[in-house]
Ligand binder design. Structure first.
Ligand code: UTP
Length: 314
């Protein structure tokens, strides 16, 4: 193992990268022409919640890594003067505000991945935008509840300790083969929301349960040191023939660079997964001020009328 590079403090992360160039195969056929990141969660695209989260965490400059079939994403975060004028003429101020919200939350830039060669390859496309500073990565289909403050905690850990920080969730060994898994050492520290901070000592992408180092899975939030770019350039395609961010992080750990984990205990939805997507829509709708009361009334009635498990629905 080579010794870690000693370098001056780089200052806190100020930029966010959101990779959205994946093919969304788990949600076909809906995602054949509609990017999965634009599927509506109640009344706004999943991706808009993620841009809002970045802005809330103090990262208003966002780069989206897009690909083919993703032009609608650029349109969503761009102005639409004809629509704005039409709503203005009608005096529909609420809808006008809703339309402008997506353009006002952040300064959104775009770069194309060209070919979907994996998450690591997508992150590498952000090198010029990021420069030599730590930066956040938020996956475009991973929704963290706005009441939880995962990214803020991760940014605070990075600002205090340097290195890279990844978000972890205990998904149970039975589910770990769908995720990147980590080996960790506990630490004394806890994050602001009571989430536990750990030292990551090893990472492996989608291991079978009997080879997994733990049931802690990597979820879609990272705060990365810029050293990751040099490592990604040298990272060969791994699992699934894709250039894996997990493999590049494993190399950082092997080289003795610090990688911290924040074990998240809040609410998270993988909107690229059909069941998780449905749960997100139901939960967020039932908690809204406007739609919540009728939605909760409907749910109570619906649940009361459900047949027992095993019986066929009428
Ligand atoms: P996923 O593996 O969840 O995305 O990647 P996917 O490949 O679109 O999904 P399925 O499994 O086929 O349904 C996590 C994130 O990384 C992005 C995706 O858009 C998603 O936000 N990604 C993945 C890229 O930007 N480029 C890639 O080459 C791969």
């Amino acid at each position: 193992m080579s010794s870690p590079t000693v370098r001056p403090a780089l200052g806190p992360a100020t930029k966010a990268v959101i990779p959205v160039a994946g093919m969304g195969t788990r949600f076909l056929p809906a995602t054949k022409s509609v990017p999965k990141e634009l599927l509506p969660v109640v009344d706004r695209p999943a991706l808009q919640y993620i841009v809002e989260e970045a802005a809330r965490a103090g990262l208003p400059e966002v780069l989206m890594v897009t690909g083919r079939n993703k032009a609608a994403i650029e349109d969503h975060f761009d102005r639409y003067p004809e629509l704005e004028t039409a709503l203005e003429k009608k005096g529909d101020v609420d809808r006008l505000a809703a339309v402008n919200e997506s353009t006002d939350i952040a300064q959104v830039h775009f770069v194309r991945q060209g070919e979907a060669k994996g998450l690591g390859h997508a992150v590498l496309q952000a090198a010029a935008f990021v420069g030599d500073a730590p930066f956040a990565v938020l996956l475009g289909d991973d929704l963290i509840d706005a009441r939880d403050h995962l990214l803020e905690q991760m940014l605070a850990v990075q600002a205090e300790h340097g290195g890279s920080v990844i978000a972890l969730l205990d998904v149970g060994l039975e589910n770990i083969d769908k995720y990147g898994a980590v080996a960790v050492e506990p630490r004394e520290q806890t994050g602001g929301d009571g989430d536990v901070v750990v030292t990551v000592t090893g990472l492996v992408e989608k291991p079978p349960a009997d080879e997994a180092p733990s049931s802690l899975a990597i979820i879609g939030r990272y705060v990365l040191a810029p050293e990751i770019f040099a490592v990604l350039r040298e990272t060969a395609p791994g699992r699934g023939g894709e250039i894996q961010l997990t493999d590049a992080l494993a190399t950082l750990v092997e080289r003795g660079e610090p990688v911290h984990g924040v074990v998240f205990s809040g609410r998270r939805y993988d909107t690229g997964d059909r069941l998780d997507y449905l749960k997100a829509v139901v939960r967020l709708a039932s908690e809204r001020d406007d739609l919540g009361p009728p939605m909760r009334a409907f749910l109570r009635e619906f649940v009361a009328g459900l047949p027992a498990e095993g019986a066929s629905p009428s």
